[in-house]
Design a protein around this ligand. Structure first.
Ligand SMILES: CC(C)(COP(=O)(O)OP(=O)(O)OC[C@H]1O[C@@H](n2cnc3c(N)ncnc32)[C@H](O)[C@@H]1OP(=O)(O)O)[C@@H](O)C(=O)NCCC(=O)NCCS
Length: 188
């Protein structure tokens, strides 16, 4: 899967740039991670790449991301402010089933930047990337029933609500998830 190599992907919108992380992003990721604010949102936990403890760990993560992106089973992208190049968050797309060209979209924004529409803007770019550049046919996003911000992002990015998967996650006796999806045919 993948019409253009993962390492060459770069998409931009009005305010954002989406691309694989680079070693030179280490400082801007660290600055952004250190500027996170206190939160009571259960889903808002630091993600590994910007939270890397040092440059060695950061480089190791990028190396794995390049291998995964080349293999076509996991595509990880940093989200950056187009003007300042500040690190804002991350988009990931992993392959659920390669024969069906079916992938899952994940989004995470550093909490000091919540509520500015960044996740919606980045997810729209991610869908363009998934359908036009990565060769996916179906992209879905699934989240807990009370993750309202994530549901709003999914809808505003153009995904359609399909239903609730009962006890989808095995944790805690089974966690229900809402599923939203889009496909390449309708996206065109
Ligand atoms: C979900 C997430 C990516 C949204 O990022 P964001 O950049 O703030 O998203 P946007 O600004 O594009 O849109 C969020 C919308 O949800 C709304 N929202 C936020 N919290 C909400 C809540 N508790 N209830 C209802 N709406 C909520 C915001 O007000 C905004 O809507 P508005 O523009 O109409 O005001 C961010 O909250 C996040 O990273 N959360 C932690 C990780 C996560 O949950 N990822 C999704 C996993 S499936």
């Amino acid at each position: 899967m993948g019409k253009i190599p993962y390492s060459k992907i770069l998409l931009s919108s009005n305010r954002l740039v989406l691309r694989p992380y680079r070693v030179s992003d280490f400082k801007r990721c660290k600055t952004s991670h250190n500027s996170r604010i206190a939160t009571e949102n259960n889903y808002d936990t630091p993600i590994p790449t910007p939270a890397s403890k040092d440059l060695i760990e950061f480089k190791e993560r990028l190396k794995r991301q390049r291998i995964n992106g080349k293999d076509g089973h996991l595509f990880i992208f940093g989200v950056f402010d187009k003007k300042s190049e500040k690190y804002l968050g991350q988009i990931d797309i992993f392959t659920i089933n390669s024969q069906l060209q079916w992938g899952n979209l994940g989004y995470h924004i550093q909490n000091q930047y919540f509520g500015k529409g960044y996740a919606t803007e980045a997810s729209k770019l991610a869908l363009t990337m998934a359908f036009k550049h990565l060769g996916f046919h179906r992209i879905e996003a699934a989240m807990e029933l009370d993750n309202k911000a994530s549901q709003k992002v999914a809808l505003r990015a153009g995904l359609i609500f399909e239903g609730v998967r009962k006890k989808f996650f095995p944790d805690d006796g089974g966690v229900d998830m809402k599923v939203f999806a889009a496909n390449a045919i309708d996206f065109r």
